[in-house]
Design a protein around this ligand. Structure first.
Ligand code: JHZ
Ligand code: SAH
Length: 405
């Protein structure tokens, strides 16, 4: 049995999704034979309540100079991070010359909102290609994996931070204790930690099992995050549910005793109890829901294939690696995946080896169905694909249930 990454107690997986590749490793046919796979197993710790992967590939295999996810591909997300940055400045920053630090800053989608106002900032981004996009836009970025050692270097060079921010990155880091020790060194005594990640409650309620893939070492809940930060003399003082990425939670954390804990935090903790996030049987039920979703999607794709209709995937998301590999979706069922990211185009999807092509190929001859792998961007995508729908094209979605729209 494996040990919990948070509290070191024994954990037992509640489900295996089978062999999985690196979700953001798009490849060429000559690379198929050496493709890396690991077993994607998820567990829930009965002691501290943290949902986590049992095995995760080395960080350099996932985050490197060829990282395929560029945050700027979604306009809606750029607006979201503008609002995030404005909220931080309006409600949490008091000092005159603040210093803002963000980990997992990627192409600078969030920090650009600080740099444009000439606010002192630093991004920490280990994937060199995306870090370089940020640097080209004048965003101060170091190319490192943040941990306690890096935190000490930052303090020596820049001094302590007023705010420590992160989006869709804290849940990616299995060595999270070192990250939190680093935050303690880096953060001013009255500083604030604000980060957001896909929320376990939404994943359970919507059976959005595709949030489980190599990069997501954890699926956070308020109770597990509070447990974890309290181990380090910090505490959750507020929470703000978000609609992004299919349902996320923003955590606002401070040194213990410095700020009042909001009633919203206590209410969310109560909701988690009602939802049964602390119970093993919730995860057993989730597994059954995943299996049902898989059976339904596979049956639908085979039925469409028999009718001689065309299906194209829409958005070669990281999440789609779990769906295609767990459900066994091959290029026979899904002709290609349309995606706007240049470095994914002309390559093949990890594991399932479905060709990835630019949006032009989607628009040149609309398919009968588009399988919406970017379901979390449904609004943004459907707004720009009106023509596809007018041509009679239909969407296939699988969250919260398999259906044709
Ligand atoms: P999207 C990534 O997940 C990885 P992914 C990571 N682990 C994470 O947690 C979240 O981001 C934050 C395409 N697209 O945002 C572009 C279109 O083609 O759901 C991208 O390839 N057309 C860090 O990969 C992909 O979708 C469009 O109109 O699951 C991004 O997918 C839009 C809006 C997107 O993230
Ligand atoms: N914050 C952006 C990017 C999320 S992608 C957004 O929400 O869109 C996750 C990013 O975290 C990747 O760019 C990856 O390179 C980075 N990352 C992974 N481990 C990290 C670590 N230890 N320290 C800092 N960044 C890390």
């Amino acid at each position: 049995m494996k040990k919990c990454l948070i509290c070191n107690e024994l954990i037992d997986p509640f489900m295996s999704f089978g062999k999985m590749p690196i979700a953001n490793s798009f490849l060429m046919p000559n690379e198929f034979k050496d493709e890396y796979f690991f077993e994607l197993k998820a567990a829930f710790c009965q002691t501290c309540g943290m949902a986590q992967l049992v095995e995760q590939p080395d960080k350099e295999k996932m985050f490197n100079k060829n990282y395929a996810f560029f945050s700027g591909t979604s306009k809606r997300m750029a607006e979201h991070f503008k609002e995030f940055a404005e909220h931080v400045l309006a409600d949490y920053i008091k000092s005159e010359n603040p210093f803002i630090v963000e980990i997992g800053s990627n192409d600078g989608i969030m920090l650009q909102n600080f740099s444009i106002k000439n606010i002192r900032h630093l991004g920490i981004e280990p994937s060199l290609n995306v870090a370089e996009v940020a640097r080209e836009n004048g965003i101060n970025t170091i190319c490192e994996f943040f941990d306690e050692t890096v935190a000490k270097k930052i303090v020596a060079q820049y001094g302590q931070a007023d705010a420590f921010l992160g989006a869709n990155v804290m849940c990616h880091i299995p060595y999270i204790h070192s990250v939190i020790k680093g935050i303690r060194v880096l953060l001013k005594p009255d500083g604030i930690i604000i980060f957001e990640d896909p929320y376990l409650g939404d994943v359970i309620q919507k059976t959005s099992y595709d949030q489980i893939y190599d990069e997501h070492a954890f699926l956070f809940s308020v109770s597990a995050i509070d447990y974890l930060f309290k181990m380090h003399g910090l505490e959750v003082v507020d929470v703000e549910p978000q609609v992004t990425h299919g349902g996320s939670m923003r955590y606002i954390i401070a040194h213990k005793g410095v700020r009042q804990v909001s009633s919203r935090t206590r209410e969310q903790l109560k909701k988690e109890k009602i939802l049964g996030l602390h119970k093993q049987q919730t995860y057993d039920l989730f597994r059954e829901n995943c299996e049902r979703s898989k059976t339904g999607l596979v049956a639908l794709l085979h039925k469409i294939k028999k009718e001689g209709k065309r299906v194209v995937g829409y958005a070669a998301t990281s999440k789609s690696a779990t769906v295609t590999n767990y459900c066994g979706i091959t290029p026979e069922l899904v002709e290609f995946i349309s995606d706007t990211t240049p470095i994914k185009q002309g390559k093949y999807s990890p594991g399932a080896h479905i060709p990835v092509r630019g949006r032009e190929d989607f628009a040149v001859k609309y398919p009968d169905y588009a399988l919406l792998f970017g379901w979390n961007h449904a609004q943004e995508i459907m707004d720009k694909e009106q023509e596809f729908m007018r041509s009679g094209g239909k969407w296939i979605v699988y969250v919260p249930k398999v259906q044709v729209l």
